[in-house]
Write a protein that binds this ligand. Structure first.
Ligand SMILES: Nc1ncnc2c1ncn2[C@@H]1O[C@H](COP(=O)(O)OP(=O)(O)OP(=O)(O)O)[C@@H](O)[C@H]1O
Length: 264
């Protein structure tokens, strides 16, 4: 569905993203994982053309993304970043209505969609008249998600959407994101530096290092069949907690045994 071919972004002579190629299938939930500075955000922002690549091509549904104006492309791509991205002088309802208004939806259709989305992100309907400064971080992030979903884009990009939240709120908001029916059919690319989060939220993971793609695959492929020492090392520190969170309980002992055999 999304095809990234030999994509690079140079700043001066330094490659923030270095010849990255990958295919992201329709309905895939991809976690873009890597340490700080590995190029995750740069790669993500090239997909909605907030950053233009220095080289390579990106296409969505077989169509090169540069063949239409960037503002039109972005109407089909939801974008969720950290909690502070709501328009401060717009109410919750106005924030959620931004794309429907651009698309010139009927007033009653937009109002109904806001009502539906507030219920889906589990916020009281009365919040529609609140302003962003009257929301907690977790509430603001729910509104961000509602805004990104408003016009039902098939693709959703998320950049560290939980990182500004405290631990308890983060767990609750992640849970909501995981369970929301409307998200299940979408193609989602989510940036995170948190291994546990990548394994919990992604049905595939792409690990970046120094702008290069080290490995893309299902979570258990990265865990059990790392393509090189770098992947293995990156996951090593967190592999037990990741395994506990993502591998069915019955298989944990097998996994631990394999780990011990490898060490012996
Ligand atoms: N506008 C810019 N000008 C110069 N260098 C940049 C620019 N944007 C990013 N970089 C550099 O490109 C590299 C990748 O940055 P990027 O923000 O994509 O990494 P990241 O993996 O998302 O990191 P983080 O998790 O810290 O946000 C970094 O070395 C960064 O310093």
């Amino acid at each position: 569905m999304i095809s990234i071919q030999q994509v690079s972004k140079l700043y001066g002579t330094k490659a923030a993203v270095d010849q990255v190629s990958m295919e992201i299938a329709s309905g895939e939930h991809l976690a873009l994982l890597g340490a700080s500075g590995s190029g995750k955000t740069t790669l993500l922002r090239m997909i909605n053309r907030l950053i233009e690549p220095t080289g390579g091509t990106i296409s969505i549904g077989g169509k090169d993304i540069t063949t239409q104006p960037a503002h039109l492309l972005r109407r089909d791509i939801g974008y969720v970043i950290q909690a502070s991205s709501l328009f401060p002088h717009y109410t919750v309802e106005e924030n959620i209505s931004v794309i429907p208004n651009l698309l010139k939806w009927d007033r009653s259709k937009t109002t109904a969609r806001v009502t539906e989305l507030l219920a889906k992100v589990q916020l009281p309907d009365a919040y529609r008249t609140r302003y962003p400064h009257q929301l907690s971080g977790g509430e603001a992030q729910r509104v961000n998600l509602a805004r990104a979903l408003a016009a039902s884009p098939p693709v959703l990009l998320m950049d560290e959407p939980f990182s500004a939240l405290d631990n308890i709120t983060r767990t609750a908001v992640r849970q909501l994101f995981k369970e929301l029916e409307e998200l299940k059919s979408k193609t989602i690319i989510m940036v995170t530096h948190d291994v546990q989060e990548a394994f919990e939220m992604g049905n595939t993971i792409a690990l970046l290092q120094d702008g290069k793609l080290l490995q893309k695959g299902k979570p258990d492929e990265l865990l059990y069949r790392p393509v090189n020492e770098e992947v293995k090392k990156f996951l090593e520190g967190s592999s037990l907690s990741v395994a506990m969170a993502t591998i069915p309980a019955g298989e944990i002992w097998q996994w631990l045994q394999n780990q011990n055999n490898k060490k012996a």
